[in-house]
Every structure is written in C-alpha cells, then in structure tokens.
Design a protein around this ligand. Structure first.
Ligand code: DCP
Ligand code: MG
Length: 441
C-alpha cells in the first residue's frame, strides 16, 4: 500500500502559550510595585498524598500507617507515599526496594489507576461547578482564577468553603495556597500541607518566599538544586538578592525565569478548562486500502509518536479517539476514557481495541486517525505504578534517542516498515503546529 507524505494531516490544537513570555513584567521595576501590576487572585489546590488517600477511603485500616503505592515488583518505583512513610526519607519516584529498606513496616499497595481517575474527576466536577475559571494542571492539582471576587465575596472565605466542600463530598484531604500568582500559590500549597491552607497577602510575596529553600521553586529540579548548592546557595532570599545578569550567566534562560519566580514575579494565566488541549494525527492514503495489518501498523506508529509527544510535554491523556473514513467518505469515530497515562503500551492497546470495534465494514479505508484528549500536565513522566523501573528507564532511553536523532530513530518492531506517518516538532513547546498544505486557507 502506498501512502502519500504530502497528504499527511497532523493537527494539534494545543498551542501551549509560552506562559513566561505573557505579560512579563518589566524587570526594572522594584518588585514591591508588582502588586500594582498584578491584581490577580489565584488559588492553587492539590490533594494530599492523593493515591494513598484514595486507598485509605477503600481501606480505612491504612489510616495513620506508613503506606506506599507503587510498583510492587523488585524493580518497581514509589508513586505516592503517606506522611508517615515520608518521615523515613521515602519520596515518590524512589525505587520501591530502597523505600522498603528505609521503612520496612510500610504497607505496599500496587494501586489502581481507574480508581484514582474516578476520584480525580469527582474533585474536578466540584471545582468546575464552583469556579469562574480553572485549570487542571495534573491529576490532583488545580489553579483557580478568582480575580475580582473580593468585591462580592471574601475570596479567602470562598476558597476555604470550596476546600470544605471537596473534603465533605469526596472525603479526600486537600490543601490550598492563595496569592497573586500561580507560582506563589503553588509554593503556598506546599507549605500548607498536609491538610492546610494559606493566604499570602498581596505585597508579602517576596517576604513569604525569602526563608524557603530554593528547592521549593517549581522548576528547580535536582540538577539545578545541586548547582545552587555548589554555589553555596540554599535560600530563596539569596536568589532574590542576586543580580539578574549573574543568574542568566550561570543558568541561561532558565536563570531569568527562576529569578522572577523567586521574586514572586509571575503573571502566567490560568488556562481554563474549555481550552483543554488535545493532540492528534491522521493520514489520508493516496490509494484507499483494506489491508488491516497495514492500517494497524499505521495506527500503532501514530499512537507511539503521539505518546512520545505527551511524555516530552510532560502530559497525560485520558481520552483516546480513533477515526476511520471509508472510501465513500462515511466517517466513523470511537472514543474511550482511560486512566491518565502517557504509556505507549496502554495507548497502543486502546487504539487497537477501538479500531477493532470500529472497522466493521469490510470496505476500503481512505483515512485513519488517532486523537488523545482530556490532557493534563503529568508532573511525572509515565504512569509509574503500572511500570517497573526498568520500563520507565526504557521509555526514558528511547525518548532520549528520539530527541537526539529524530523520532524515527527508535521504533517498535511492528512499525518498522511504516513510513510517512509524519514528523512534527514538539507540539508542547509553544511552536505553531505544522498545517499541511491542503488545510491551509
Ligand atoms: N505520582 C506518581 N509519580 C510521581 C509523582 C506523583 O505516580 N513521581 C502520582 C501519585 C500521587 C499523585 O500523582 O499521589 C499526585 O502527585 P503529588 O505530587 O501531588 O503527590 P501526592 O498527592 O501523593 O502528595 P502531596 O500531599 O505532596 O501532594
Ligand atoms: Mg498531591
């Protein structure tokens, strides 16, 4: 079967704005003036020990005990851990074997992603009902923009009541931080945990951040933290006092962003629910085909490629759609909700299942397509409890090779001879998507 490359139809409706470039404040401004420019009120909410809390609802005997959710095999990793386990130095993404050594009395649970997705949706529904504008940024975390609410209702009271409602209706513990920006609110939530809430008053953002460790700034990962430590820097206050030029010299572009965040400068918007993104890929054949094996190969390649983009953009999908257009232009789609994931094997299996249900008419196909929607920020690379450490390392290694040598560099055996499904730049990096010639107006 021959496929045309110029008919490749890759659409991404996920023009992720480069949040840092939006309304970036003038850096010459003294930061105390930021309040004048940032009238926003943003709430960040994050469920406490989310997977563990879900397990505790199902089995109350787990309350008050050290609990680990994650891969139970020797090579598994920790997805979530209770505060009782954290006291022993256990943290998420740690190899399960090491966690067990640190905390031998911990109760280890393999986890059930469908249950966590269900509870995540329950919380989302309440926030959706109550909030003017909200963004779901990962499976258990939300930003809510309540700018201007004070005029009608105390915004802190509003956030407190929302938190109470979530806890009463779902019985899940949740914490929140409230301030003039996403960054400060997120750091606030971290400080309020477990089971707490915090309001960082306008104008006090810098003072609030100053005594905290630079590790607390979102986007300061292990590597950056080590670099700061090697410079003898531990507290955010030191970064606040550093000249911006120095930060830029040492850390490049990221240094500027970290400096701004450390100073409480962040005007990035809350991206509302209805702007939720999706990513898709479809292919129109030059000659219609009935070769099921070939169609499956193409769909596998598409799913594999889109899953790679998800992981690269640190995203997870929860809705998979497969489309088939027959030669008579009859177009059928079938979609399925799944637990949040970015795993090749889960997504490919779902796509195959949908295709088998869909491709009922033994008629020539003219187009096939895959769409992943219901996206949220991952916060973690892949669905850890589904995978052993080995699988995760394998994905990371595969993605690394693809990032270096191109997406075709590593392929599953079944997709080896599938060409022309198309390449595109990372759709999550804010670049405009590739629009094929016949779709441009
Ligand atoms: N998760 C995961 N792998 C990671 C991090 C998180 O699978 N490396 C999953 C399990 C968590 C859930 O995502 O329960 C939410 O992640 P959080 O970072 O919000 O962590 P928790 O909710 O577990 O704890 P906290 O109370 O610190 O928010
Ligand atoms: Mg959480």
């Amino acid at each position: 079967m021959k496929t045309t490359t110029h008919n490749i139809d890759i659409i991404t409706d996920l023009e992720t704005p480069d949040s840092e470039s939006i309304n970036t404040p003038n850096l010459d401004l003294p930061t105390s003036d930021i309040e004048l420019r940032s009238p926003n009120t943003i709430v960040h909410m994050d469920l406490d020990t989310f997977f563990v809390s879900c397990e505790r609802l199902l089995e109350p005997k787990l309350n008050g005990k050290p609990v680990l959710v994650g891969g139970t095999s020797d090579r598994g990793v920790v997805s979530a851990c209770s505060y009782e386990a954290r006291q022993f130095g256990v943290h998420s993404a740690m190899p399960m074997r090491m966690a067990r050594q640190l905390c031998p009395e911990a109760i280890v649970i393999r986890g059930n992603s469908a249950i966590y997705s269900k509870y995540s949706d329950m919380v989302t529904d309440i926030i959706k009902e109550e909030s003017p504008v909200y963004e779901k940024s990962s499976i258990d975390e939300f930003y809510i923009d309540i700018t201007g609410m004070d005029r009608f209702h105390g915004s802190y009271k509003w956030a407190t009541e929302l938190r109470q409602r979530i806890m009463q209706e779902t019985h899940l513990p949740i914490s929140f931080g409230m301030s003039t920006s996403k960054t400060v609110s997120k750091v606030g939530t971290g400080e309020a945990k477990p089971n707490g809430q915090i309001n960082v008053l306008r104008g006090l953002e810098k003072a609030f951040l100053a005594p905290l460790s630079i590790k607390k700034i979102p986007m300061v990962g292990d590597k950056t933290y080590q670099k700061f430590r090697s410079m003898g820097i531990e507290k955010i206050q030191t970064v606040q006092e550093m000249p911006l030029e120095l930060m830029e010299r040492v850390f490049g572009k990221n240094g500027v962003i970290i400096w701004k965040k450390a100073n409480g400068i962040d005007n990035s918007p809350v991206i509302p629910f209805h702007e939720r993104k999706s990513i898709s890929s479809s292919l129109t054949f030059e000659k219609d085909t009935i070769d099921v094996r070939k169609l499956k190969e193409i769909l596998t390649t598409m799913a594999e490629k889109l899953a790679f983009y998800l992981r690269n953009g640190d995203k997870l999908t929860s809705i998979v759609t497969v489309t088939v257009r027959y030669s008579d232009f009859d177009t059928r789609s079938r979609q399925m909700r799944i637990a949040y994931t970015a795993n090749d094997h889960t997504l490919i299996a779902t796509v195959m299942r949908l295709f088998d249900q869909l491709y009922q008419r033994r008629v020539m196909a003219r187009l096939v397509g895959v769409r992943f929607s219901g996206l949220v920020g991952g916060g973690y690379q892949i669905n850890l409890f589904e995978d052993s450490e080995r699988t995760i390392k394998l994905y990371q290694a595969m993605d690394k090779v693809r990032n270096r040598f191109g997406q075709g560099a590593v392929k599953r055996a079944v997709t080896m001879d599938t060409k022309g499904v198309g390449q595109m730049s990372n759709p999550f990096n804010g670049q405009a998507p590739i629009i094929p010639a016949h779709r441009r107006s």
